[in-house]
Design a protein around this ligand. Structure first.
Ligand SMILES: [Fe+2]
Ligand SMILES: [Fe+2]
Length: 734
């Protein structure tokens, strides 16, 4: 066997960490990040979950990670070379301590109100569990052994792509059984509905930050993942069985330790310890919160309800006076002193007992009264007990107790985030870059986020240019991008027609096989696309974006492409196997050496760049991605592939990549069919929410995604269209 030069990649991919690289951001992103971290914790959380497409959010993520991971882990806790069993024993000890505390948070000790508050608070983190695995699988990290082990667990936590079987959904259902109903996690009012403390929002921000830069923080991520899932705070609190048992978690931990050197082990320990510290800190917050609720004087509860409603109440109380002041004035006073108001209110005639045993105030918010429907059942109950106590003559000193639970720790974390200046952040402009450099930066996008504006521009230009095929796409050899008015039937009919007329019917076995070099060359023209297989959907269906049926179905296709974490079925592994059989040796696409590779021809980069570019904008280009997905899944079928199989077999090359696509992408139930079903499901939702007019608009965007694949493969047609092509991308693929 010949030895492989270090710059050539050969599976298995045994990385334990990506090579250390700086993180590049533009000047504009740097300024924007400064202003984001200057805001409150809740805004930071909302930004991190709500925006996955802008550079500044990624810089914020880098700063959050720096603040949380910057301080070294407790050196006494674990030996540098601790085994998986030793780590497990350590975490189990922490779990035992936490279990006793969590058990004390049942209804018995603190009461129903406190329990409700605890469940809401914890749900913010409980719903985030595992988000750090969302985009760990990406072009830079595939086909890593450890990434695929973790992907298998990700697939489990995602309910094997069934949105009603996910960890998130199980927790939500359990909470709803306890009467805790919360909006979707990315909804604007989620944190308010959970009554999230700033400390909770900051802990959540740490996990979200990790989910934005998972490839670069793989060692820490492995530690966080093991610690959070093994401690199982949410499982203990909700009385649920873990979805992944400790044995399985430990086995991935052990697999990682085998790959890790001392530096990676230290980083794993840092992540593990930080997660343990944070979970312990959060359990303490829950205890403090429960105690705060349990000890809250009735007057404070009343004050909290009034404070909640006062901003909306003012002008409705025109003629009503409490104390010497009209309520309209009291409730619009920014300096409103709630204690003083309550003191006046409890002496006012509105609280005097009426003949029916109530009071004017209580009657006002009951059915038939002018304030009916304003207060929740729980709030009304607080008022009712307070009025009873007032009528019974109780006049305790009025004390308004602010909720400051966790604020000291929150202030410390927030100060650390504001002060963080990671040494590996570089402010620079990407400047002029050629396709090879562009490809390298997109594959390693976590380190080159300043390339995002260029990527967005490139994707947009391609989608727009591709619309040229809306009028003449029927002349395509493998596709028909001619525009047609949408209906589900029309879409299925177009897919069938392309499949039969363009991909299947023209097929006749080759009577002559080209020479060996030509066969290898043609395969290399496909390889650059294959090395980033499924990239176009690797960022869809992330946390906060996986509620729609179509999102789960997209995740299902992606998971299938990655072999559900089983490397034998992983498509990136298959293409490496195929290339290896043809003796094509390449560096890994994540390595700088790949920019110098000499086997894959330059004009082909455009195709892969397009996939990488659109993938970075799963919100903006959701529709286009759906259309592209259909086109590319269908491109795996029919004559072209069958010929390739025949040629590969002739020379004894490995045809696993081609074979896998001929079957898995099939149009009756495989990826091609699923891709069409996803479009239909998505547009059906659009119609139900926004009406028919919106469907036309959204559909046009879906179809330009389809056309953008055709734009790369129909070079003969495009040449015909432009006898003097001005754009190099018109002569792309083969
Ligand atoms: Fe594939
Ligand atoms: Fe596929």
């Amino acid at each position: 066997m010949t030895s492989t030069p270090a710059s050539f990649f050969e599976p298995p991919d045994l990385i334990a960490a990506l090579p250390a690289r700086p993180f590049e951001f533009s000047q504009a992103a740097s300024r924007e990040a400064d202003s984001i971290v200057a805001g409150p914790a809740a805004a930071l959380f909302s930004r991190l979950i709500g925006d996955q497409e802008t550079e500044s959010t990624w810089l914020v993520a880098r700063r959050v990670l720096d603040a949380f991971l910057g301080r070294p882990a407790d050196p006494a806790a674990l030996a540098d070379d601790a085994s998986a069993d030793e780590i497990a024993e350590y975490v189990a000890g922490v779990r035992t301590d936490l279990t006793a505390t969590i058990e004390s948070l049942g209804v018995g000790r603190f009461g129903a109100d406190a329990r409700d508050a605890v469940l809401r608070q914890r749900a913010v983190l409980g719903f985030l569990t595992g988000c750090w695995l969302d985009v760990l699988s990406q072009p830079a990290t595939q086909p890593s052994v450890i990434v695929n082990r973790l992907f298998a667990q990700h697939f489990t936590l995602r309910g094997e792509a069934n949105p009603r079987r996910t960890l998130h959904w199980r927790r939500r259902q359990r909470l709803e059984q306890d009467g805790v109903f919360l909006p979707e996690i990315a909804a604007a009012d989620f944190l308010a509905a959970a009554d999230a403390r700033p400390l909770t929002a900051l802990h959540g921000s740490f996990y979200l930050a990790l989910s934005r830069l998972p490839a670069n923080f793989l060692p820490e991520l492995v530690g966080v993942h093991y610690a959070v899932l093994t401690l199982g705070v949410d499982d203990l609190l909700l009385g649920q069985d873990p979805m992944i048992g400790e044995t399985e978690l430990r086995s991935v931990l052990a697999a990682y330790l085998e790959l890790a050197g001392p530096a990676e082990r230290a980083r794993l320990h840092a992540g593990l310890q930080r997660a343990i510290d944070l979970e312990s800190e959060h359990v303490q917050l829950l205890v403090d919160l429960a105690a705060w609720h349990a000890d809250l004087p009735l007057e404070s509860k009343v004050a909290a309800v009034i404070a909640r409603h006062a901003p909306f109440a003012g002008r409705h109380h025109k003629d009503i006076r409490v104390g010497d002041r009209p309520l309209a004035e009291t409730f619009t006073d920014p300096e409103l002193d709630l204690a003083e108001f309550l003191a006046d209110f409890r002496e006012s005639k509105q609280l005097h007992r009426t003949p029916d045993g109530l009071s004017a105030f209580v009657r006002a918010y009951k059915f038939g009264g002018p304030m009916f429907g304003i207060f929740s059942e729980r709030e009304a109950a607080v008022f009712a007990s307070w009025v009873d106590s007032v009528q019974a003559g109780e006049r305790p000193p009025i004390e308004i107790v602010q909720n400051t639970v966790g604020d000291e720790r929150a202030d410390a974390w927030m100060a650390a985030i504001k002060a963080s200046e990671p040494a590996d952040v570089v402010v620079s402009d990407p400047g002029e870059i050629d396709d090879r450099k562009f490809f390298y930066r997109l594959v390693n996008i976590e380190n080159f986020a300043n390339t995002m504006p260029l990527a967005r521009q490139r994707a947009e230009e391609l989608f727009s240019s591709a619309e040229v095929l809306f009028t003449c796409g029927a002349g395509g050899r493998y596709t028909d991008a001619t525009y047609f008015p949408y209906s589900a039937d029309a879409l299925y009919a177009r897919a069938e027609q392309v499949y039969w007329d363009k991909l299947v019917k023209p097929y006749k076995p080759l009577t002559e096989i080209p020479d060996r070099d030509e066969v290898v060359f043609l395969q290399t023209t496909y390889a650059l696309g294959a090395l980033v297989d499924a990239t176009w959907i690797h960022r869809t269906a992330n946390l906060g974006r996986s509620d729609r049926r179509c999102d789960a179905a997209l995740f299902s296709i992606y998971a299938d492409e990655m072999g559900f974490g089983d490397l034998r079925k992983n498509h990136i592994m298959l293409i490496h196997r195929a290339l290896h059989s043809m003796d094509v040796r390449l560096p890994h696409i994540r390595d700088a050496a790949f920019m110098e590779q000499g086997d894959l021809p330059d004009p082909l980069y455009g195709f892969s760049l397009h996939q990488l570019c659109m993938a970075l904008f799963p919100d903006t280009y959701y529709n286009e991605i759906l259309g592209y997905n259909l086109a590319i899944e269908m491109f795996g079928l029919g004559e072209l592939r069958l010929h390739e199989v025949q040629k590969l077999n002739h020379y004894g090359f490995d045809d696993c990549y081609e074979q896998a696509h001929l079957t898995i992408d099939n149009i009756s139930a495989g990826h091609s069919r699923q891709a069409a079903d996803i479009i239909v499901a998505y547009l059906d939702e659009v119609r139900r929410v926004l009406g028919d007019a919106a469907v036309d608009r959204e559909w046009r965007r879906v179809w330009r995604g389809y056309a953008s694949l055709a734009y790369f493969v129909e070079h003969a047609l495009l040449k015909q269209l432009a006898s003097e092509p001005e754009d190099d991308s018109l002569s792309l693929l083969i």
